[in-house]
Design a binder for this molecule. Structure first.
Ligand SMILES: [Zn+2]
Length: 309
């Protein structure tokens, strides 16, 4: 594959508090604002506390999930008296960091999240973003304190619903396990290391380094699994099975236990072998998701370097 050149990536946004109770991003963004981190060499840094009202309340959101509001349709929908706080905020963020899909958009958005699932550090991104894949490979080669994985969401960018889709390039950093409203130093340090490595990579890229192409493994979302429910009341009738709990990304084979019902019955996985992730994520109970299932894929990407004029 030939080398692909990109314009300098000089404007980056580091965002936290998109979900107001995911504390690593909240404190990372606040700390960077306190230290007035605005520039690192060739990189201009904007730090954003994305959902301040939810952060104040220490809740994921106040009216609706902000990180589902960044589709083209929602970003262009008219504001009325009944528009949710989060959709107003999404349109403000789109004006500040985008507009999504335009030349004026920031070069890269890195949005910081926590999960209650035992997922280590994951970069989550849409489609085939070669810049993000290079940053992923760089972070993965440097961080040794936890597994570093990539999750690719196969969704067209117009329908991409999360904040990082507003930038020309972007990804979410998802780190766990950490309960909502809780700050753990080990998790915080991992997030900080990933942010520092991202900025370091951008500086190296802008200064003319060529990054060799190659391959990375990624997990691509195949389907979501809901909890078993009482057909009358719709309440859940089972919990994640102890053999699945904390085993995110461990291959699930047909017959492996996935739920343990409150009456003691084991529910087994049926169908093809897939990789579970976001296992028992606290915020997904309301979305009727007990865990996601992924297929493992190999992504090939070319060498990249900065465009010289
Ligand atoms: Zn989140």
């Amino acid at each position: 594959m030939e080398c692909v050149s990109f314009s300098p990536l000089s404007r980056v946004a580091i965002c936290g508090g998109t979900h107001g109770n995911e504390m690593s991003g909240v404190y990372m963004a606040r700390e960077m604002q306190k230290q007035k981190v605005e520039k690192a060499g060739s990189v201009f840094i904007t730090t954003v506390l994305a959902n301040p009202r939810a952060v104040d309340a220490c809740k994921r959101y106040t009216d609706t999930d902000l990180n589902r509001c960044f589709t083209d349709a929602l970003l262009s929908s008219p504001i009325t008296d009944s528009t949710s706080y989060e959709l107003r905020r999404a349109q403000e963020l789109n004006a500040q960091l985008g507009p999504k899909g335009s030349e004026e958009a920031v070069d890269l958005i890195c949005d910081l999240h926590n999960t209650t699932a035992n997922m280590g550090l994951c970069l989550i991104f849409y489609s085939l973003d070669w810049i993000t894949m290079h940053i992923y490979k760089y972070i993965q080669s440097k961080i040794t304190s936890a597994p570093v994985r990539a999750i690719q969401l196969d969704i067209p960018i117009s329908e991409a619903y999360s904040l990082e889709s507003v930038g020309k390039h972007g990804f979410a950093i998802e780190v766990g396990p950490q309960p909502g409203g809780v700050l753990r130093a080990d998790i915080f340090n991992m997030v900080k290391e990933a942010v520092d490595l991202t900025i370091e990579w951008l500086q190296l890229f802008n200064s003319g380094s060529t990054f060799e192409g190659g391959e990375v493994e990624a997990y691509t979302l195949t389907k979501s699994v809901d909890y078993p429910r009482d057909p009358m009341t719709n309440e859940i009738t089972a919990a994640i099975h102890p053999k699945l709990q904390d085993n995110d990304f461990k291959l699930l084979q047909p017959g492996d236990p996935i739920f343990l019902s409150f009456s003691g019955k084991t529910v087994k996985h049926e169908g093809e072998e897939l990789y579970p992730f976001f296992v028992n994520e606290c915020a997904y109970y309301e979305k009727k998701i007990a865990f996601h299932l992924a297929r493992k894929i190999t992504l090939t990407f070319p060498s990249v370097s900065v465009k010289k004029d």
